[in-house]
Design a protein around this ligand. Structure first.
Ligand code: EPZ
Length: 422
């Protein structure tokens, strides 16, 4: 398996262009099943998860043509079919559960494997399922599969018991073709949901309240295929800001939406870093004196759980105490043990990570346990003394496009080595 070798200690300097957002592209690709004809998506990042979701929609009958070099994906939909997807396809990516919305909306039936737990927590899908039940679906669980049937999807008023990005996306897709008025309460307000909603509106859907807790959908008879450009990835943008911060460099993040990462830049500014922003860029520079911070992960517009791990890496190098509380997932601190191997001083107490800044991190062989834990290790290695070897980098291939190229262009000493034996 490939691994990274990173020689730390170089200040990153320069500009980096952010790719399209993985977590917006995934539901948008699936939502293209809602219209017959050819949908053309641009700014689609070339990532392992994107290639997996493409296989998933192909399995359901779509024809696709992904030009990875141009980041353009053409999706032709004619006769979609329901069908139990191979578990191998589904188990690698929880977002496969997104096909329930479009399949129920168009065919009145959906068979999907029940996603299992994963490295960051149990991650049940009960909110998706109770939302579809409220819309008239009858759901059975058999041999690890979800079997959903709806003679006719009906409009409803449904309050999600907890804010869920995935359930909000899935239920919106399920409701856009349901005649009548459907109201969802306690919705996720993440930009990924807004991007999905805007794509659906362009296709002809009638959706109000995107980016708020209450989304109201008037069902339409038919949606049309469109051309659409995926929004920039706020988590990738945040990761590069943190890479700039930990090396005390000067990095300008281009093609991003500064508002989407304000929760992060606010923390960094308070900590003492210099942040400047323009219409579609953010720049970070080292401050005169940086100090520890306190934050907790929250649904948008709060600080995102997907940046918690790389923010912790930064905290390990900031003088004084920092505290990060994780409120979204129950098991998202696996990177802490790996960071300790690099000399970090981190204490975990329940869902809080208490970090005492050290003078220098030092290199060690470490392992990624999930995508963002992986990002944390890369960020830490950029500042560590010596050469860090990072294994299981297939995790970062799921969510960071051209990571080595982008970091090298900023002056990092990073190599991807092919074919290690572990
Ligand atoms: C999305 O996952 C993202 N994935 C995650 O990004 C992200 O960490 C997460 O939202 C939170 O922002 C995609 O968009 C593909 P949730 P999702 O439903 O939709 C609980 C990354 O690294 N819950 O908002 O699965 C759940 O267990 C990934 O890019 C239920 O209890 O997250 C969690 O504690 C990882 N029942 C909380 O809600 C449900 O039916 C929020 O989960 C659904 C969720």
């Amino acid at each position: 398996m490939d691994y990274y070798l990173i020689k730390g200690g170089r200040k990153l300097k320069g500009e980096v262009k952010i790719s399209g957002a993985k977590n917006a592209a995934l539901p948008i690709i699936v939502a293209s099943l809602l219209a017959d004809g050819e949908t053309v998506l641009s700014n689609v990042p070339d990532l392992k998860d994107i290639r997996t979701i493409i296989k998933v929609i192909e399995y359901l009958g779509a024809e696709t043509d992904f030009d990875a070099g141009k980041n353009t994906l053409k999706i032709k939909v004619k006769n979609i079919k329901n069908g139990e997807m191979p578990y191998d396809l589904v188990k690698t990516m929880r977002a496969s559960v997104y096909v329930m919305g479009p399949l129920l909306a168009r065919l009145g039936e959906a068979d999907v494997s029940l996603p299992g737990g994963c490295a960051i927590g149990e991650r049940p899908v009960d909110i998706h399922l109770s939302g579809f039940e409220a819309m008239g679906a009858v759901i059975e669980l058999e041999h690890g599969n979800i079997k959903a049937r709806a003679k006719k999807m009906k409009p409803c008023e449904f309050t999600m018991r907890q804010v869920s990005v995935g359930a909000t996306a899935n239920l919106i897709m399920g409701a856009v073709l349901t005649s009548g008025k459907t109201v969802f309460e306690n919705c996720a307000m993440e930009p990924d949901i807004v991007d999905l909603g805007e794509f659906l509106i362009k296709m002809g859907a009638d959706i109000k309240g995107l980016g708020t807790e209450r989304i109201v959908i008037e069902g339409v008879k038919k949606l049309n295929p469109v051309e659409y450009s995926i929004m920039p990835d706020r988590i990738e943008a945040g990761t590069f800001i943190l890479a700039g911060a930990i090396t005390r460099g000067e990095v300008k993040i281009k093609s991003c939406i500064p508002e989407h990462i304000k929760s992060l830049t606010d923390i960094l500014e308070e900590s003492g870093f210099e942040i400047s922003t323009g219409k579609n860029w953010v720049e970070i520079k080292d401050g005169k004196k940086v100090t520890g911070f306190l934050t907790k992960t929250l649904p948008y517009p709060g600080f995102p759980t997907d940046l918690q791990a790389p923010l912790m890496s930064l905290a390990t190098t900031i003088p004084g105490i920092s505290v990060i509380i994780e409120t979204i997932f129950e098991n998202r601190f696996t990177h802490a043990a790996e960071l300790r191997r690099m000399g970090a001083n981190i204490t975990i107490e329940g869902n809080s990570a208490i970090t005492k800044g050290v003078k220098k991190l030092s290199s060690a062989p470490v392992m990624m346990s999930d995508l963002r834990a992986g990002a944390a290790l890369v960020v830490a290695a950029l500042a560590a003394e010596g050469e860090t070897e990072i294994r299981r980098i297939y995790h970062s291939d799921r969510g960071y496009e051209k990571l080595t190229e982008k970091l090298s262009a900023l002056g990092a000493d990073i190599k991807r080595v092919e074919g290690g034996t572990f």
